[in-house]
Design a protein around this ligand. Structure first.
Ligand code: BGC
Length: 488
């Protein structure tokens, strides 16, 4: 039994099951991220929906950096994120009014519909519309799952439990890479299998959403005190939960005085967690991670691998992504959030600059890198992914889910989700065109952002390790040299 802040808890089988089932929301998100890059690299898919792009691919020798620059092709990848952006606000309302559990159920239903329809697509709109359904699923899932995990976790393990979401994201990406590797050999309908298999994690999430508990915070906030207390006892595995119950009740009393969470969020005292949440997500995307997650196969083809080898290389980055996320599950509640973010900036900066320099010196519009150079690029990409995976990846979701007070938590977190989606959309939509124009300098561009985010983490980001979620205002924001000026 662990004791912290007078909050007692044991880790029970039921609570672990709840964590894992909810984390399937992350798997869905990851699968969607990982699948589209490989699918858009498949000839059968291109011939059916994007014949012009396919034509250009055949003459790719003309220009390495520009072979896939096609706004419509990018719309296939990025439409999902636009839908998720909009739907995360609706998800925040559902989350507050009905709870985290029903929000997860809605997410899984959209995922199931999206997966089924995209596998059956006959024309371009029939692949874009299911992407929108999947996007709505992502909006609902990404809103509810990280909040669910942070609220249900005992304080001393909150970081690790929340990072299960990101761990499942990385497993989803990896699983998608593997699937693409297999289905790229299935002609002419391999891409249908890739898109349709999203139904598997969606099914798990659907069943999971029926089994998991509601969080005590959400029950108590909605006036269900006795059920909230019962649930708290059940998930903590002990009878003596009075102190924690009182703290949640206090937070919920304050929350009840707030009728319009979105208005409340615009007050100066809400700015610190809001600014931090949004910036974390913006910076997360400006690491350039999704240039790699979406387009790794394209990128690896660009540096000279054949189709197969480039898909295989993205499987390698997928493994690195999963394994390195485990590091943060272990470290986040021990070394804290800031150290991870700062260390990763250094590692990501070095790898981006090195990739940029190698490409600048060795890859022009028409040649190929030597085998050795291409392997060094893959190695550097792995170093970059590794650093992201134990820092900005998981913490971009964890920190915004744990720093808002109850009254603005779902609304504030919706801003985090939508910022993530907006910048994911932007990168998905713009990356291939940016690569066409900036060429190898694109990596230097991302490296520049990494410098900015280092400064941000150093000066503006408070440490939230081991602080109970419902006392963040007192313990974190009111104590921080910069942010305390905003607090009443
Ligand atoms: C990000 C995604 C990214 C993934 C990579 C997530 O935290 O939000 O945009 O693709 O990490 O593992």
């Amino acid at each position: 039994m662990t004791k912290n802040e007078n909050f007692k808890s044991k880790i029970t089988v039921y609570v672990v099951v709840c964590w894992i089932l909810a984390a399937f929301g992350g798997l869905m998100f990851g699968y969607d991220i990982g699948i589209s890059g490989g699918v858009t690299a498949m000839d059968d898919f291109l011939i059916k929906f994007f014949p012009v792009v396919h034509e250009r691919k055949l003459h790719a020798k003309e220009d390495n950096y520009c072979k896939y620059d096609n706004q419509f092709l990018q719309l296939f990848t990025s439409s999902l994120y636009l839908a998720a952006l909009v739907s995360s606000f609706a998800a925040s309302k559902v989350c507050t009014k009905f709870g985290r559990k029903p929000t997860i159920l809605v997410a899984s239903t959209f995922f199931l519909a999206g997966a089924a329809l995209s596998a059956a697509a006959q024309n371009i709109w029939m692949i874009i519309i299911p992407r929108i359904l999947l996007g709505i699923g992502v909006g609902f899932g990404n809103e509810a799952v990280p909040l669910f995990l942070s609220e249900i976790a005992p304080v001393q393990h909150r970081g690790a439990v929340n990072i299960l979401f990101q761990l499942f994201v990385t497993i989803g990406i990896f699983f998608a890479n593997l699937v693409n590797y297999g289905t790229s050999k299935l002609h002419p309908n391999g891409w249908r299998v890739s898109l349709g298999l999203a139904g598997v994690p969606a099914g798990f999430l659907f069943i999971g959403s029926l089994i998991i508990t509601e969080t005590p915070s959400s029950l108590i906030e909605r006036g269900n005190y006795s059920k909230g207390l019962k649930t708290l006892k059940k998930i903590r595995g002990v009878e003596d939960v009075e102190a924690e119950f009182e703290q949640i009740k206090l937070a919920s009393d304050i929350a009840h005085q707030v009728k319009h969470p979105f208005k409340e969020l615009m007050k100066p005292s809400s700015m610190p967690p809001l600014i931090i949440a949004v910036l974390l997500q913006v910076f997360q995307q400006f690491t350039g991670i999704n240039a790699i997650m979406f387009y790794a196969p394209v990128l690896f083809q660009t540096v000279g691998f054949k189709d197969d080898a480039s898909l295989l290389s993205s499987v390698i980055t997928g493994i690195v992504n999963v394994a390195s996320t485990l590091v943060s599950v272990y470290a986040v509640d021990k070394v804290g959030r800031r150290i991870l973010l700062l260390q990763a900036c250094v590692q990501m900066f070095i790898s981006q600059i090195a990739i940029g320099v190698i490409l600048l010196l060795n890859l022009n519009a028409t040649n190929l890198l030597t085998r050795a150079e291409a392997i060094v690029v893959v190695f550097l990409v792995c170093l970059f992914v590794m650093a992201f995976a134990w820092s900005w990846g998981p913490l971009g979701w964890l920190i915004p889910s744990e720093t808002f007070p109850l009254e603005t938590r779902t609304a504030g977190f919706a801003f985090a989700v939508s910022s993530n989606m907006f910048f994911t959309f932007l990168i998905a939509q713009a990356f291939l065109s940016m690569m066409c124009h900036l060429r190898a300098y694109i990596f230097i561009f991302f490296a520049g952002w990494i410098l900015v985010m280092f400064m941000f983490a150093l000066f503006l980001l408070p440490e939230t390790k081991n602080v109970p979620i419902d006392v963040m205002v007192e313990r974190v924001w009111k104590q921080h040299p910069v942010w305390k000026k905003f607090m009443d």
